[in-house]
Design a protein around this ligand. Structure first.
Ligand code: PEP
Ligand code: MG
Length: 593
């Protein structure tokens, strides 16, 4: 059999070798018929019945997800339920049946195509990826109309790698972890639901492969590399052996890394750094605990607002926050208020299209304009503070006026909760993200206003180096080891320590192995990262003395370019970890390997 290679986007690290199971989620052929006038009312009823039946099926799947404690996945089904009520899709299809006197399947197909085109024209990767929701809903109605049940994953009896056009949350609800060892989909991007699901279920996966369902048959042997996004179909013996070796090395590395779980994040000479985790979903708390994080350093709450048409009510916020806070107790949970705009969007708030969204009405700017929406979230965070150790974090602060305004609003919320007799922690710490260069320059002033800082390098680098973080053409210039970035971090740390407050870093830089000695030498008190990076960061940190790290920073600050600094750091790491930081090893692959 000929070996084929497919390239997609790896979304959960891990290498899996196994048998493919092609899930029948391909397009079904819809019959096209012109109807006699007399049959039109009946046909409209048939269509409406199919829509109602589809809603019933989805509600049932949602119930199942809620029972299985996968609330964030269940909310994805809400998007689908809303689409089943969308006038632009449903009522327009009814109109097409009536006016063109054609059957439901045909009318639906025409309208799905129209809605899809609208999504296609949107210049936003996240919104574009929502097209898969339209496809999913369309497919669900079509199958109901034609009496064809989608093939159920629950019927699969042996261990397989699922290959599908796309997977719905309903599908994943049935993905018993022991049976589905990996999955590959044609559709999806990094922020697609499928990718999010793969990560939260920790199933190695490749999405956005475009053609996997055309190149794979049930029973084919597959290698799925969730790190590089490569899928090998019917590998030759040689390739198989190569991947088996890679898999073995990875497993060995994972086993070896596991010992760091309960070891403190401290240098050889006992200098302690706190290692925390970044999360986006409530369901991630167990993974945070399993990886031995000392708390949640960044809970991005945007997810609560995404994929829905209405705003989340206070109770929904509260339920999510309480669960996180109780789950992580006695460790702290740092809850960040809404950071919408920029590369994150919210569909139901008709935000004006901005020329420069990263510099537009995002994060705290949005919250200070929409104070009522902001207060709902603040109330919920305050209420959750009665159930554990909560700290609140405000994104994108650029000056003291903003934080003062925020504190004024927070005070009003406290007063009203007190008046209502609702308990909260009166000493809850308040922190700000340092991610706008102006905040670095006046860090000494801002430090007087708050209890802690958290440096958001994803944005700080973007704004300081003028590199759009979502533009592929300039990613090569996105350099955390740029001397300017090191100086900015150094200045923030100095300002916070002079003022006697703690300073964390929660951007991606904090979880990258290569930067660990520098970050320790820069004297950051806390590093918050993706759970999958925790063991490795601890491993590196524990191989250095604090003085060695400080010397590296000192030497780096005398160099002129990111390349020179990287070479210096790499040489130091190579001495301690010759295998992992060999000459031809790229830093990113090391981190995720
Ligand atoms: C950052 O900017 O570094 C950060 C942690 O926030 P986000 O990635 O959510 O913008
Ligand atoms: Mg940010």
């Amino acid at each position: 059999m000929k070996t084929k290679f497919i390239k997609g986007i790896g979304v959960t690290p891990g290498i899996v070798i196994g048998k493919a199971y092609l899930l029948d989620r391909g397009k079904i052929e819809a019959p096209a018929k012109v109807l006699p006038e007399s049959q039109v009312p009946q046909e409209v009823d048939r269509f409406r019945d199919a829509v109602e039946e589809s809603k019933k099926q989805l509600r049932k799947a949602k119930e199942k997800l809620l029972q299985e404690d996968a609330a964030s996945l269940a909310y994805i089904l809400d998007t689908h339920l809303l689409l089943l009520e969308d006038k632009n899709l449903i009522e327009k299809t009814v109109e097409t049946i009536k006016h063109s006197r054609i059957n439901s399947e045909w009318a639906l197909k025409i309208n799905l195509e129209r809605v899809r085109k609208v999504f296609d024209s949107i210049d936003d990767e996240y919104l574009k990826s929502r097209k898969t929701d339209v496809d999913y809903v369309g497919d669900r109605i079509l199958r109901t109309l034609m009496g064809k049940d989608p093939e159920s994953i629950s019927k699969i009896k042996e261990e397989v790698i699922i290959v599908a056009h796309d997977l719905s949350p309903g599908d994943t609800a049935q993905m018993a972890k022991d049976k589905v060892t990996a999955f590959v989909t044609d559709m999806g991007g990094r922020t697609s639901h499928t990718a999010i699901m793969a990560r939260s279920l920790e199933i190695p996966a490749v999405v956005g492969s475009e053609t996997a369902t055309h190149s794979v048959n049930t029973g084919d042997t597959l290698i799925v590399d969730g790190i590089t996004g490569v899928v090998v179909v019917n590998p030759s013996l040689e390739i198989m052996q190569e991947y088996q070796e890679r898999h073995r090395v990875r497993q060995k590395m994972e086993r070896e890394l596991f010992q760091y779980r309960d070891l403190p994040a401290e240098t050889l000479d006992g200098y302690r750094v706190k290692v925390l985790a970044n999360i986006e979903l409530v369901d991630e708390v167990p993974a945070v605990l399993q990886h031995g994080a000392e708390g949640i350093g960044l809970y991005r709450t945007e997810y609560l607002y995404l994929n829905r048409k209405d705003l989340p009510p206070e109770e929904e916020h509260f339920t999510a926050y309480k669960k996180v806070v109780e789950g992580i107790y006695p460790h702290p949970a740092i809850i960040r208020t809404l950071d919408i705009g920029g590369d994150k969007f919210m569909s139901h708030l008709d935000l004006a299209e901005e020329m420069n969204p990263a510099m537009g009405l995002r994060a705290i700017r949005f919250s200070l304009r929409e104070v009522d929406i902001f207060k709902v979230q603040l109330r919920a965070i305050m209420r959750a503070s009665a159930y554990g150790k909560v700290k609140i974090l405000f994104p994108m602060i650029s000056g003291a006026t903003e934080i003062r305004e925020v504190k004024k609003i927070l005070h009003e919320v406290r007063l009203s909760l007190s008046a209502e007799g609702v308990p909260f922690d009166p000493q809850m710490e308040i922190g700000i993200m340092i991610e706008v260069p102006s905040a670095v320059t006046i860090a000494d002033i801002l430090a007087q206003e708050v209890d802690f800082f958290s440096i958001g390098t994803n944005d700080l680098i973007q704004y300081a180096l003028a590199i759009d973080r979502v533009n592929e053409s300039v990613t090569h210039l996105y350099e955390p080891l740029h001397p300017a970035i090191l100086r900015l971090v150094r200045d923030v740390v100095k300002a916070s320590h002079d003022a006697g407050i703690r300073v964390a870093m929660c951007g991606e830089m904090a979880g990258e192995a290569l930067y660990v000695p520098i970050l320790v030498g820069l004297e950051l008190d806390e590093l918050s990262m993706n759970v999958l990076s925790i063991f490795r960061v601890k491993k590196i940190l524990r191989a250095y003395t604090f003085q060695e790290c400080k010397n590296l920073v000192e030497a780096s600050l005398h160099l002129s370019t990111p390349g020179e600094i990287e070479e210096l750091v790499r040489a130091s790491l190579r001495k301690k970890f010759p295998e992992e930081f060999s000459e031809n090893f790229n830093s990113r692959s090391v981190i995720h390997a």
